[in-house]
Ligand binder design. Structure first.
Ligand code: SF4
Length: 441
C-alpha cells in the first residue's frame, strides 16, 4: 500500500505531436493524480519539480521539435529550475540509446508502452482501477477516443509501426465505458482516433468491427457527434457508410489519408491500392452518403517522384474536390523500407510541390465555403477569441478544419453548446455568421 505524500510534488507534462500522444498524456496525468501528484499539462512559468516530455518521432520536423523541447528543459534542470526530467513517447521509443548518450541531463527515457515503468520511477503505482479513466486536456465538450494502438500496415515511408508496434484494438465494452464516463463529464463530441481505424477488431474479434463499435458508441447518451480520423483506404469496410446513413450521431465525415494518386508512387509506397480503386471508393462514399465531408492528406517528394507523377496527383486533387486536404513533405526515415530508396527529390522541390497542392485546394476550399453563405448551420462553440465566438460545424474537426466565427458583439453563444448560425460570409478556411434569435412558440 502506498503511503500518502506530505508535500505533493508538482509535475508538468508536456505533449508534442498528435492527438494519440495527447490521449497518452491524459492517461499518464490521470495515473499521477491518482497517486496524489499535483500535475499540470503544458504548464507555463509556474514552478514544477518534475517535467515529463511526451515526444513525437514521426518525421524530421517533429523530431527536431521534440529534441529542442528536451534540450530546453535539460537547460532548466542544469540551472536548478527543476529536479527531474523524464522523456517518454515515440522519439524516446525509437532513439532511446542515442538520446541517453546525447542528453545525459535526462533522468530516464521510456518507450510508448512503458507507462508502468515510468510510474514506478516516480514511485507511483500503476492503478488498474484507473485504466480507461482519464482527465481531458481538450475543452470539456470534446475528447479524443483512441480505439487502438499500433499499426499492422507496411507503408514504406512510415516509421509509426516501429514506434507504436503492432495493432492492438481496445474492446468495444471498454470503449463504450470510456465514452460514457466522458459523456458524464460533459463531452458531446468524440473524435475516434487510431493509427489506422479500419483494421479495428481484426486482432481482437478476428473480423473488422468498426461498424459494431460505432453502433455501440452511438447509443451513449450525451454524445452528439462522433467523427472518424485516419482510415486506410485499401479494403475499406464499406458497411461504415451504412452506419453513417442510419446513425445521426455519426458525422458524415471521414479522414482518409490517401498519400498519392499515381499508381507507380502508390506501389512504391506499398499502399496496396491503385488510383482507380481509390476513385471507386470515393465515388461509393459520396453516392452512399451524399454530402459526406472527406479530409485527406498527401505525401509529396517520395523517392523517385517524377514531375509527371506529381502532375497526376495535382490533377487528381483538382478533379476530386476533397473538402479538406493536408500535405506532408517526404522525410527519409531510417529503418523504414523506403529508406533503401534514394531520397532524390530536392527539398526545395518538395516544398514547392506541397505548396502547389495547397494552392489547388485553397481555391476548392473557398468555393465550397462560399456555397455555404446564406445557409444555416448547427455550430458547436469551442472558445471566445479576438472578439468572436469560435465554433465548428458538423463538417469540421477541432484543430485541423475550418472554424465558424460569430462576433461577440450582438450575439450570444455558450461555449460547449450548439447554436444555429446563419452563415453570412466565407473565405478559404473560415466561415462567418450570426446567431439566429430563436423564438419560443
Ligand atoms: S496505415 Fe498509416 S500508420 Fe500504418 S503504416 Fe501506413 S501510414 Fe503508417
Amino acid at each position: 500500500m502506498k503511503t500518502k505524500r506530505f508535500r505533493p510534488e508538482r509535475v508538468n507534462v508536456v505533449t508534442l505531436g498528435c492527438s494519440k500522444n495527447l490521449v497518452d498524456s491524459e492517461q499518464l496525468i490521470t495515473q499521477l493524480r491518482g497517486n496524489d501528484y499535483d500535475v499540470v499539462h503544458e504548464g507555463g512559468d509556474e514552478e514544477s519539480d518534475i517535467v515529463i516530455v511526451n515526444t513525437c518521432g514521426f518525421i524530421d520536423l517533429a523530431k527536431e521539435e521534440s529534441v529542442n523541447t528536451i534540450l530546453k528543459f535539460a537547460a532548466i534542470k542544469q540551472e536548478g529550475g527543476i529536479e527531474k526530467l523524464y522523456v517518454t513517447g515515440c522519439l524516446s521509443q525509437r532513439y532511446k540509446d542515442d538520446l541517453e548518450q546525447e542528453i545525459p541531463e535526462v533522468d530516464a527515457f521510456f518507450g510508448t508502452l512503458e507507462l508502468p515503468a515510468l510510474l514506478a520511477r516516480l514511485e507511483a503505482d500503476y492503478m488498474h482501477e484507473l485504466v480507461g479513466e482519464r482527465i481531458i486536456t481538450t475543452p470539456p465538450h470534446y475528447a479524443y477516443l483512441k480505439i487502438s494502438e499500433g499499426c499492422n500496415r507496411t507503408c514504406s515511408f512510415c516509421a509509426i509501426p516501429l514506434m507504436r508496434g503492432k495493432h492492438i484494438s481496445q474492446p468495444i465494452e471498454a470503449l463504450v465505458e470510456q465514452a460514457k464516463s466522458l459523456a458524464a463529464r460533459g463531452v458531446k463530441e468524440l473524435m475516434l482516433i487510431a493509427q489506422e481505424l479500419t483494421y479495428y477488431g481484426l486482432d481482437l474479434y478476428k473480423k473488422r468491427a468498426l461498424s459494431e463499435l460505432l453502433d455501440a458508441l452511438c447509443e451513449v447518451d450525451g454524445i452528439e457527434w462522433i467523427r472518424l480520423h485516419y482510415a486506410y483506404p485499401s479494403k475499406f469496410p464499406l458497411e461504415v457508410f451504412d452506419v453513417m446513413q442510419r446513425q445521426p450521431k455519426l458525422c458524415n465525415y471521414l479522414d482518409i489519408p490517401l498519400q498519392h494518386a499515381s499508381d507507380t508512387v502508390l506501389f512504391r509506397m506499398r499502399r496496396q491500392i491503385t488510383q482507380a480503386e481509390t476513385r471507386e471508393l470515393i465515388r461509393y462514399a459520396r453516392e452512399k452518403v451524399p454530402g459526406i465531408v472527406i479530409r485527406t492528406t498527401f505525401l509529396v517528394g517520395f523517392p523517385g517522384e517524377t514531375q509527371t507523377e506529381f502532375a497526376e496527383l495535382g490533377a487528381f486533387v483538382q478533379e476530386m474536390e476533397f473538402d479538406r486536404v493536408g500535405v506532408f513533405q517526404y522525410s527519409h526515415e531510417e529503418n523504414t523500407s523506403a529508406h533503401d530508396l534514394v531520397d532524390d527529390v530536392d527539398p526545395e522541390v518538395k516544398a514547392e510541390r506541397a505548396g502547389t497542392i495547397m494552392e489547388i485546394q485553397q481555391i476548392i476550399s473557398e468555393k465550397k465555403n462560399q456555397s455555404l453563405v446564406g445557409t444555416r448551420q448547427r455550430v458547436l462553440f469551442d472558445r471566445i477569441e479576438g472578439g468572436y465566438f469560435v465554433g465548428r460545424t458538423i463538417a469540421d474537426s477541432p484543430e485541423v478544419d475550418n472554424e465558424v466565427l460569430v462576433p461577440t458583439k450582438g450575439n450570444f453563444a455558450r461555449i460547449g453548446d450548439f447554436a444555429d448560425v446563419l452563415i453570412t460570409d466565407a473565405n478559404e478556411y473560415d466561415l462567418f455568421g450570426s446567431i439566429e434569435i430563436q423564438t419560443l412558440n
